[in-house]
Design a protein around this ligand. Sequence first.
Ligand code: ADP
Ligand code: MG
Length: 319
Amino acid sequence: MTEFDLIRDYFSRVGSTRSDVPLGVGDDCALLRVPADCELALSIDTLVAGVHFFADCDPEALGHKALAVGLSDLAAMGAKPAWATLALTIPQADAAWLRAFSNGFAKLAAEQGVALVGGDTTRGPLAITVQVHGLVPQGNALRRSGARVGDLVCVSGTLGDAGLALRLLEAGELPSDRLRARLERPTPRVGLGLALRGIATAMIDLSDGLAADLGHILAASGVGAEIRLAELPLSAEVRDQFSADADWGLPLASGDDYELCFCVPERKRDQITALAERLGIPVQVIGRIVEEPGLRCLLDDGTIRDAERIGYDHFADAR
Ligand code: ADP
Ligand code: MG
């Protein structure tokens, strides 16, 4: 199989067919039509075998995840996904692997209205780079820098599931199907991100853990936050693990959940509740933006501690 056969067979008609793509895979460049009243939102991520995923992991799930992590970045800006490019480095052209990878990528791309419009294919140690391109009406993107004192801090979904799945796999144990899917097939919160345009003041997706990622919002906005640990949304499995080891690492510092963390003015609380209900995505208010910089956690016994002081150190070295 030549490089050109490979591209034609697995990557030439992947995802949505879009009318704003006059030219996709096959020429020196793709040609894309960006509406005049929109900004183009771009993000690129690389997944390296042995670093970001197990080299022998399910290629279908890997194709899904390689696109999902980029779509999660678009969601976090309130951008609507449109196009993607894919740079694939593979040790050899394994037809079954390529078919499964391409299928996983294509299924999510089609679901989200994304067209794969180009890329690059090289031989070498397995690594996958995906660039995603989204559209957002001019001036409407949600940045990290807009949080204001008094805003509510909210998160979607549950925290720590992907981290727990990874911890179990690394210990040679089998996570439940649900946990495993949270690690290997994350759901980018695109609909929620879009719905929060004009409502949220700041937003980020949770790729490195709540403490670090909320920390980015706080730094960019020049504010601090107080979160109530009792309010963190945890699945039953993470809750059980937490009662066993009392380690805040899973909920606060494990990565790969790809949920959204965002801030909203207090007066929009009811709007958030209604929106979460309409989309069928759980959203939890976990705290509030305050003036004093840094992240503080309110514990069950009413004491307040700096986030770094409550014990999740082993995650810090893992990242
Ligand atoms: P060039 O040498 O001009 O860079 P390539 O041989 O790298 O062209 O690619 C040929 C065409 O196939 C281009 O349109 C490119 O965008 C596309 N392409 C290459 N690899 C991939 C891939 N993995 N996924 C999608 N499109 C790809
Ligand atoms: Mg090329």
